[in-house]
Design a protein around this ligand. Structure first.
Ligand code: AMP
Ligand code: ZN
Length: 111
């Protein structure tokens, strides 16, 4: 899995956040001035496959995403935290990842 390889350092990425459980890195195809992907170091499928025991990990992923937004200076202007699940959402990598996107005005609802 490509995100497992990024977490292991086997594929280069611009890492902006690291702790014992989570890695955050810049998206290769950014959808805004800030676009970071937050992933668990261990392979976990999308949020639909997360067991109840994974609730703490998902919570930590979200809070780490908020911390990155603060560090990137977009807390005041705002940002979006996104979990794409399945084909209609355009999920393309089967390793749990939270998008942190900001630095520009975004539309709602999304396209
Ligand atoms: P999703 O469409 O929600 O599955 O998001 C996958 C994201 O991973 C997309 O925004 C891609 O641009 C991004 N991506 C794919 N490969 C890489 C990579 N090697 N490094 C950084 N981001 C990547
Ligand atoms: Zn993986």
């Amino acid at each position: 899995c490509i995100f497992c390889k990024i977490a292991a350092g086997h594929i280069p990425a611009k890492i902006v956040y690291e702790d014992d459980l989570i890695v955050g890195f810049e998206d290769i195809n950014p959808q805004g001035p800030v676009h970071v992907l937050m992933i668990p170091r261990e392979h976990v499928g999308n949020v639909a496959s997360v067991e109840p025991a994974g609730a703490e990990l998902v919570g930590k992923l979200v809070l780490a995403g908020a911390e990155v937004a603060r560090d990137e200076g977009i807390e005041e202007t705002g940002y979006r935290l996104v979990l794409n699940v399945g084909p209609h959402a355009g999920e393309s990598v089967p390793h749990l990842h939270l998008h942190v996107i900001g630095g520009r005005q975004m539309a709602w609802p999304p396209g």
